[in-house]
Design a protein around this ligand. Structure first.
Ligand SMILES: [Zn+2]
Length: 389
């Protein structure tokens, strides 16, 4: 830490603690004043000699812990943690817990803070021990304790325990239900890897019980059904996504096509796509439909179809597809121009982000269920493709 800030912190902490302590300690006033100023000078010396750890020792040893000074201790430790100097925060909190006569409520606050220090330092097992112990004993900070515990299990990818704590938390805070649905999906994906299909299906049903809007559960379920060639079941799961959140429907277009093709019911797929193109038009649906038109009626029909859509919704992806379809029919300088346009649209596409986190604004090229930046679950959504004006 830069020295002037250190000095200021140290001074403020001692001064506040002293001022507060003075009110009910008049009898010891003169001795304390003498001690404090002596300790204060020693602390300053350590700071000036760039030995901040010794300065913390001085602070910890010189300022009594009592009802009036506890906030100073906690405040200083919180400042250290905020600045990333977690070990100093930990030392202050550990020192506080060594005080025998600490009131029970204050002890709880300090324990919670110490657990936060360990979480900040990435020492999750120690934080877990403190929090579990608080939860077993019973604490007025139960909700916070459970939130921290859930987040620790999440970081450790211990989905069973994360769900167990989550279930307890849900009774007090039902906003965690959508997060618990994602935990189930994580667990189901793991079970899938271990070839435990029935457990995986059960876990996905549990996800939907937590959050009936959980798109991810139907998407995973549909893909399981596909793996087992249960095409009708897969189609049902994918079509449920459209009712849950139509903007995620683009994610399953290729899968749906595979299912309908496997069943030899492609006409039904075309009908569905045409309906979606009217209700919830998107470049992906229009391009998929154009692909279908291409195989049935040829390139010309497909190209005209995309061009018509582009008149109302001009997007880079649509343009890129039209160029691709037409480049083969041109020659000479026209072909050359098409080639330049093609590389230009490809460049634009590589720079375009198709998903965005509604919480922190993170732009992504692929769909993430948990935002890599803010760590929120289910906040990244497909973006309506930017129209080019
Ligand atoms: Zn985010």
């Amino acid at each position: 830490m830069e020295q002037p800030i250190w000095i200021a912190l140290f001074f403020i902490a001692i001064a506040i603690g002293y001022a507060l302590g003075r009110r009910d300690r008049r009898r010891r006033h003169s001795n304390r004043m003498k001690n404090l100023s002596h300790e204060y000078m020693r602390g300053l010396n350590f700071l000036l000699n760039e030995q901040p750890d010794k300065a913390v020792d001085i602070f910890v040893n010189s300022l009594d812990v009592n009802a009036n000074t506890i906030d100073t201790h906690l405040g200083l430790a919180r400042l250290f943690r905020k600045r990333g100097e977690v070990d100093r925060a930990t030392r202050i909190h550990s020192n506080l817990l060594e005080q025998q006569d600490l009131p029970a409520e204050v002890r709880e606050d300090v324990q919670l803070e110490l657990a936060r220090d360990y979480i900040a330092a990435g020492v999750l097992d120690r934080a877990e021990i403190i929090l579990q112990e608080m939860l077993e004993r019973g604490t007025r900070s139960e909700v916070q304790v459970m939130r921290h515990l859930m987040s620790i299990f999440e970081q450790e990818k211990d989905w069973h325990n994360a769900l167990a704590v989550g279930d307890r938390l849900l009774v007090r805070d039902n906003s965690v239900s959508s997060v618990l649905a994602h935990y189930c999906c994580e667990l189901a994906e793991r079970l899938d890897g271990e070839d435990q299909m029935n457990s995986a299906r059960r876990t996905l049903r549990r996800a939907l019980a937590y959050d009936p809007g959980c798109v991810r559960a139907n998407l995973i379920l549909g893909r399981y059904e596909m793996n087992e060639h249960q095409w009708d079941n897969a189609i049902r799961a994918f079509r449920r996504i459209r009712r849950q959140d139509a903007s995620f429907f683009d994610e399953v277009l290729d899968d749906l096509e595979r299912c309908y093709v496997a069943l030899g019911r492609e006409a039904q797929l075309d009908k569905l796509l045409a309906k979606v193109a009217i209700d919830h038009p998107s470049t992906s649906v229009v391009l998929k439909l154009a692909e279908r038109l291409h195989s049935r009626y040829g390139e010309k029909a497909a190209s005209v179809f995309i061009a018509d859509y582009m008149k109302a919704h001009p997007t880079v992806r649509g343009l890129s597809r039209i160029i691709e379809m037409n480049i083969g029919h041109t020659e000479g300088s026209a072909r050359e121009h098409f080639g330049i346009l093609q590389s230009l649209t490809q460049q634009l596409l590589s720079e375009q982000s198709f998903y965005q986190c509604g919480h922190c604004g993170f732009d992504a090229h692929h769909l993430h269920w948990q935002c890599p930046t803010c760590k929120h679950w289910g906040t990244i959504r497909p973006q309506q493709e930017q129209e080019q004006h």
